[in-house]
Design a protein around this ligand. Structure first.
Ligand SMILES: CC(C)(COP(=O)(O)OP(=O)(O)OC[C@H]1O[C@@H](n2cnc3c(N)ncnc32)[C@H](O)[C@@H]1O)[C@@H](O)C(=O)NCCC(=O)NCCS
Ligand SMILES: Nc1ncnc2c1ncn2[C@@H]1O[C@H](COP(=O)(O)OP(=O)(O)OP(=O)(O)O)[C@@H](O)[C@H]1O
Length: 197
């Protein structure tokens, strides 16, 4: 089974592009979705202990947690040390299930894949990218987002240019959904042709 890492900076189109792989029948694991599940599940007591007051009614309050860690590298590292191992456990279970189900390709949609040495645990890397002004406009259109928060998140992520250098494939999401869908289909075709030898 080919493990395909899918990554990209905030707002570049990871979720949308991962769905295009899923639409082609390829199993996809989303780290961000795993975090959402953990934040109303087994991570809640751990987060409350580390960041008192950031949970209520057995769920993490993301606004409060965000305020406690964004722009504070030590606090973010403390949060990542709690969350990332739990995300990795779920990732392993996903890969075992995908293998048992006979998938020839499995996608790991992980925002921090390259920042956390994820290259070691995938076979090929897809980086999702778009022009910076498109990225900025998309993210700033979001509820609760502002320029300072966007810049803080960007500063905590590897630069898009560096991610593109490490990519086996790049999906440009700045040219519309149809163009991205064609790029995804071409990647799947190439991986299967390579596997067929
Ligand atoms: C900091 C938190 C509370 C902000 O939550 P909020 O709902 O406001 O934003 P959201 O989760 O949608 O993240 C916004 C963007 O930041 C990215 N991001 C998330 N965590 C991190 C991080 N630790 N470092 C850099 N970027 C991050 C996301 O991929 C997304 O692109 C949340 O992102 C979080 O809990 N992050 C820590 C867990 C983590 O590392 N997740 C990434 C999984 S690989
Ligand atoms: N190929 C595309 N063409 C046009 N718009 C796109 C394309 N891909 C994504 N978008 C749009 O860009 C925005 C961000 O997409 P998405 O949520 O998939 O990005 P993301 O990288 O998962 O974001 P985050 O890192 O914040 O989780 C959305 O409004 C989405 O509709």
């Amino acid at each position: 089974m080919i493990i395909l890492g899918l990554t990209g900076s905030i707002g570049m189109g990871k979720t949308t592009t991962a769905q295009m792989f899923a639409d082609a029948g390829i199993p996809v694991y989303s780290a961000d979705e795993a975090v959402h599940r953990l934040y109303s599940g087994r991570a809640v007591p751990l987060i409350e202990a580390a960041f008192p007051g950031t949970t209520r009614e057995h769920a993490v309050d993301r606004q409060k947690l965000s305020a406690a860690v964004l722009g504070q590298p030590d606090a973010m590292k403390k949060l990542e040390a709690i969350v990332h191992p739990l995300v990795r456990q779920e990732e392993q279970a996903f890969l075992e299930n995908a293998g048992k189900a006979g998938a020839d390709i499995a996608v790991l949609d992980i925002p921090l894949l390259l920042e956390t040495g994820g290259e070691e645990r995938v076979d090929r890397i897809v980086v999702v990218s778009a022009p910076p002004e498109v990225q900025r406009q998309r993210v700033l259109a979001r509820e609760g987002m502002n320029s300072a928060k966007f810049d803080a998140i960007l500063a905590s992520q590897m630069a898009d240019a560096e991610k593109r250098m490490r990519a086996d494939f790049i999906v440009d999401t700045g040219s519309g959904l149809a163009a991205a869908r064609h790029q995804v289909a071409a990647i799947i075709r190439q991986l299967r042709e390579e596997a067929a030898g």
